[in-house]
Design a binder for this molecule. Structure first.
Ligand SMILES: [Zn+2]
Length: 179
């Protein structure tokens, strides 16, 4: 599996928290605009900076932006907003006021806003889905996690209000069943 290094300056550093889950996302734009947005230091508006650990293109190419094993955590999930209460580590984050970014690895899948909103589960090309599953399997192995509904989640399970369409293109239960 080839991974293209494409570092982002937008991340927390020195984080020792154990990874609890992999968060799947879909982008609202194409590969280039997504990479630009996720690496933009936004000097005029630093509070609006975002990132992701990985981005997967429609052709299955994998980009690494933030290296979790170096204690870096992506700015990918915003804050908890009516999270899925069946996920115990998320409930713990809510109770203790912990930032879910510190406990997760985020993967963005290039899509478009129409696919996301329509929840067009067939929108992801097979080559992109296969690359995603290969990467997730490797991350599960590296972090000692097993695939289940606590460890592979969608962004909308962290924020069910303003991110209800993320990742619209991925059916999470189906994804977990086929990993
Ligand atoms: Zn998202």
């Amino acid at each position: 599996m080839q991974i293209i290094n494409h570092p982002s300056p937008n991340y927390f550093s020195g984080i020792k928290a154990k990874i609890q889950a992999i968060v799947l996302h879909g982008t609202a734009g194409n590969l280039q605009s997504s990479l630009d947005e996720l690496t933009n230091p936004k000097p005029n508006n630093p509070d609006s900076r975002v990132s992701s650990n990985y981005v997967i293109g429609l052709d299955g190419s994998i980009y690494r932006l933030v290296s979790y094993w170096l204690g870096q955590r992506a700015w990918a999930n915003g804050v908890l907003n009516y999270p899925d209460r069946s996920i115990s580590w998320l409930v713990e984050c809510a109770i203790k006021g912990l930032n879910p970014n510190n406990y997760t690895i985020s993967i963005e899948h290039v899509a478009n806003s129409r696919d996301m909103i329509n929840r067009n589960y067939s929108a992801m090309p097979a080559v992109q889905l296969e690359a995603s599953k290969m990467l997730v399997k490797r991350l599960l192995k590296d972090t000692g996690l097993t695939a289940n509904h606590q460890t592979i989640i969608g962004h909308n399970q962290i924020d069910s209000i303003s991110r209800s369409n993320c990742p619209g293109i991925i059916n999470i239960p189906e994804y977990i069943a086929n990993i």
